[in-house]
Write a protein that binds this ligand. Structure first.
Ligand code: FAD
Length: 438
């Protein structure tokens, strides 16, 4: 290998602290060693990194926030394109637009836009990457008001497997624009996202009522029914952990209106604890940062649910108390986008379920994973599919749960066009229709 011949590229190799930092990702179970890490600062670096990997026959991993549960960003003995130096966010408050480089984290987007009382949909943990989240869909507390993150992308700048820099928008390469909104990292490396912003103010409210799981079935059924009629600033959310079911909603907007809405939760019955917290939008977006922090071993499984029948509620409440289970409501603006308008297709989702385990001792790996799988399996009869960004080690079966057949066929055609050699296969992979030669 002759990496020094690549002018101006910053390369990290085994044996340095910077290399070890770059290969560490959110899930502590991932401990892989790329042969080379390319610290990318521009689309040109990305193109040079791809060319280097192809000439050396190295697998390519693309790293933004490093939150892929299966660590797709880190190729063992391959070449990691580390996008984290490309973390800048630029905001035009008049045009209500933000330009976010492909390695930025959600927190940077939220902070930069909130300076102007603006925001766009981002996920619930601020150390998640914009890259992976937006390319898979992007669910967050603003989605019922403004759609998923991908619904707010005005344009993409993308480096292809051939090293070309192309743009995708409603008018430029529209089929690629369709595929990048939900199709993940299959078609190239996004060096910049242009996002539409919304006037959201800076205030939020969370309302949480705790019920022991033994008596939580009826309150949860009522909570489900209220969710169906909830106003868009409210995203109903529930969790079950350690014998307690927490039911409530997150409100983005005027907290007084949110407090008034909270009165409907009186019909759930008498909780053992009730928390109503007013906070800034930026703090809301950081609320789970510590709980969902790095350096723990992680496993999860998820389902999309079009309905939440009583039987599904019963199955959820029977989860192993050491497992965390969560529900987050969809609907509103998410459901108004036609299912074939973007590669993200599950527009009729009522709730997303995620069953998640975290632990620190490697000796517990098998037990924890088996428990999480068993809990999720109980919800499987009610599943209408899966969010691609929640998929783990499910391979082609998982991809088929993320995309209906017609969407998958369209994505395959796009893959044939932009990445026929499947250079970008360390992802929830959409293989090209013909196996790559050699
Ligand atoms: P990475 O591991 O860096 O990237 C994952 C994959 O995305 C890469 O392998 C690559 O294929 C692709 N990719 C990343 N950046 C680029 C780019 N610039 N160009 C091309 N391809 C790229 N999802 C939600 O929708 N809403 C949430 O609220 C939410 N909360 C989460 C909280 C936590 C703690 C975690 C761990 C995940 C959460 N997710 C959420 C899921 C999240 O969307 C996925 O894990 C996503 O893959 C993370 O993206 P990343 O950039 O951090 O990950």
């Amino acid at each position: 290998m002759t990496p020094h011949s690549i002018d101006g590229l910053t390369l990290l190799r085994p044996g340095t602290a910077a290399y070890d930092e770059a290969r560490q990702v959110w899930n502590a179970m991932i401990d892989r060693r790329p042969r080379l890490v390319v610290r990318c600062t521009s689309p040109g670096d990305v193109a040079a990194g791809i060319a280097l990997a192809r000439s050396e026959g190295l697998e390519v991993g693309v790293r933004c926030g490093g939150h892929s549960i299966v660590g797709h960003a880190v190729p063992d003995q391959g070449l990691m394109l580390d996008l984290t130096p490309m973390a800048a966010v630029r905001v035009d408050p008049v045009r209500r637009r933000a330009w976010i480089q492909g390695g930025a984290l959600l927190g940077a987007l939220d902070v930069a836009t909130q300076e102007h009382g603006l925001a766009t949909t981002a996920g619930n943990v601020s150390h998640t990457g914009v890259g992976g989240l937006a390319l898979g869909g992007g669910m967050g507390w603003l989605a019922r008001q403004h759609g998923l993150t991908c619904d707010n992308v005005e344009s993409f700048e993308l480096v292809t497997a051939a090293g070309e820099v192309v743009r995708a928008s409603a008018t430029e390469n529209p089929e690629l624009y369709w595929g990048l909104r939900g199709g993940g990292g299959n078609f190239g490396v996004v060096s910049e996202f242009e996002l539409r912003l919304h006037e959201t103010g800076t205030q939020a409210l969370t309302v949480e009522l705790d019920f022991p799981v033994a008596v939580a079935a009826e309150p949860m059924r009522r909570w489900r029914d209220l969710s169906a009629a909830a106003p868009r600033p409210a995203t109903y959310a529930a969790s079950v952990f350690g014998g307690i079911a927490t039911l409530g909603f997150v409100w983005v907007g005027d907290p007084e209106v949110g407090r008034a809405h909270a009165r409907v939760l009186g019909s759930l019955g008498e909780p053992v604890a009730r928390r109503v917290v007013e906070l800034s939008y930026v703090d809301l977006q950081r609320r789970e940062d510590t709980l969902e922090g790095h350096a723990q071993r992680r496993y999860w499984k998820g389902h999309y649910l079009r309905e939440l029948p009583d039987e599904a509620i019963a199955a959820l409440l029977e989860h192993d108390p050491a497992m965390g289970a969560s529900l987050q409501a969809y609907g509103g603006a998410i459901a108004e986008v036609p299912p074939d308008a973007t590669a993200f297709s599950h527009r009729d989702t009522a709730f997303e379920y995620v069953g998640a385990a975290r632990w620190t001792d490697p000796a517990e790996d098998d037990d924890r994973i088996a428990t999480a799988r068993a809990c999720a399996a109980r919800l499987a009869p009610f599943s209408s599919g899966t969010y691609v960004n929640t998929l783990g080690d499910d391979g082609n079966d998982g991809v088929r749960l993320a995309y209906p057949p017609a969407t998958l066929a369209r994505l395959t055609a796009l893959k044939d066009r932009y990445d026929p050699a499947n250079v970008f296969h360390l992802n929830q992979n959409i293989p090209p229709s013909a196996p790559p030669a050699g």
